[in-house]
Design a protein around this ligand. Structure first.
Ligand SMILES: C[S@@+](CC[C@H](N)C(=O)[O-])C[C@H]1O[C@@H](n2cnc3c(N)ncnc32)[C@H](O)[C@@H]1O
Length: 247
């Protein structure tokens, strides 16, 4: 059994917020090309803290900071307490663009189906995210993206589905690679690839029967399946790329 399948009780419209994050996170961790230490991990844009629970159970993390903007930290604490994980998962409400942590605090920052909402603009990765991971630490991101840039009728369909501005959050593997190469001075520590769990992650979401899932299924079957993918991003912060507080 796949590790994600242990969390089947959460594969419902009450918990999933889109394509199955457990599948994305499981693959993100499995394919990690770097030797990541998870001791102190930030789950950036954790939503309902399901990905934080997975990180606490399935990695060597000693503490997971469950950080999110739209979901209340007190709601997340209830889910965390139900599993007696309150000594290891710390729920925090906040904005990724203005994080309250000390620089270099985290061994790893993990972000699933969230980073594209705030991280596509130049300077955000370098100035607002990278400083919070220690030298030699890792940043791992799984997000929806594009296999190819939509053209013609597919572009119209895509923009209607993504409702205008949100369409700007979807980028190709090559776009992310070149953006991160500009953001990080050490190019050797960046790896970007397409995820393989595309069908499974979407099918689990469709099967919830959520009204957005019904809409997504319709648009994907009308042609978006040809251009969409999931992108896995790994950055290991080099020891020479030190945050000011550590230098
Ligand atoms: C689709 S949900 C995914 C949640 C969770 N990672 C999961 O996979 O189940 C996207 C999440 O991104 C979070 N988010 C969006 N913009 C954010 C920001 N600026 N700072 C922190 N979180 C943000 C939202 O609060 C939302 O919970």
């Amino acid at each position: 059994m796949n590790r994600a399948d242990r969390y089947r009780k959460y594969f419902t419209k009450d918990y999933l917020m889109g394509p199955n994050s457990f599948r994305l996170l499981d693959e993100l961790i499995r394919k990690n090309p770097y030797n990541t230490c998870y001791d102190r991990t930030l789950d950036l844009g954790c939503g309902m803290a399901l990905t934080s629970i997975f990180l606490a159970n399935e990695t060597s993390a000693k503490s997971v900071y469950a950080f999110d903007l739209w979901v209340d930290a007190t709601d997340n604490l209830k889910r965390i307490r139900d599993l007696s994980l309150e000594d290891r998962i710390i729920p925090i409400h906040g904005d990724a663009l203005n994080m309250p942590f000390a620089q270099g605090w985290f061994d790893a920052i993990v972000s699933v189906d969230s980073y594209h909402y705030f991280g596509c603009k130049e300077g955000i990765f370098a100035d607002r995210i990278l400083p919070f991971v220690r030298s030699g630490g890792s940043i791992m991101i799984a997000i929806p993206g594009l296999r190819e840039k939509p053209q013609g009728e597919i572009r119209t369909l895509f923009e209607t589905w993504a409702e205008g501005d949100d369409s700007l959050c979807f980028k190709t593997v090559d776009w992310w690679k070149s953006m991160l190469e500009k953001e990080c001075r050490d190019r050797r520590c960046i790896s970007v690839m397409e995820a393989e769990c595309y069908d499974e992650a979407w099918d689990d979401w469709f099967n919830t029967g959520h009204e957005y899932a019904i809409r997504d299924r319709e648009y994907l079957s009308r042609g978006l399946n040809r251009i969409l993918n999931f992108v896995l991003i790994y950055v290991m912060k080099s020891r020479s790329n030190k945050a000011p507080a550590e230098a």
